[in-house]
Design a protein around this ligand. Sequence first.
Ligand SMILES: Cc1ncc(C[n+]2csc(CCOP(=O)(O)OP(=O)(O)O)c2C)c(N)n1
Length: 180
Amino acid sequence: MLRAVVDLKLDWKNMLITGGIGCAGSALATSYQVDVIHPRMVAPWRFATGAKLFNPNLTVAVMSGDGDLADIGGNHLIHAARRNIDLTVILVNNMCYGMTGGQVCSTTPKGSKTMTTRSGNPYNPFDLTRLVTAAGAVYAARYSVAQPISILNSMKKALTTEGFASLKCFRCALFIWQEK
Ligand SMILES: Cc1ncc(C[n+]2csc(CCOP(=O)(O)OP(=O)(O)O)c2C)c(N)n1
């Protein structure tokens, strides 16, 4: 993300990056990042949406975990895509609630044993790229961390795409194979 911003010569002072609570949400600790609570009342979404509406010249990005953005804040995710608000969303997907110990969430592959599904997750996971595309996102992509150049290029595209752009970034390549 830092490299994408530098390559694009974006002005940090004209950027806002928000994230929720969790390991991924705290990944980008810059002086221009704002950590807000899980997407319930003062969501990264609502915070980001409010900031964008208040100052349309800001480049606004949300960077957070799958549990934060797709589960607790899932409603905000689809409606932000539906409204086509000019935001970039980097969803870091480790297929569980990581910070609280690895509980099942909506991206956990079927059959996975987690802290809260000892006998295996009985449910199918969301395909988030298709979900946000169906809801109205103008750009959606997903990559594994084993594809750093593609992630960089995709982040640049997302940051320069007008409208709702979402990039799903997996932390674990193995899970990509499992999900597919
Ligand atoms: C309103 C609220 N609900 C629940 C929690 C507990 N909580 C803290 S981190 C977390 C999991 C976050 O998971 P994810 O967004 O996937 O991020 P990860 O840690 O896996 O990167 C939860 C449920 C909280 N801090 N605040």
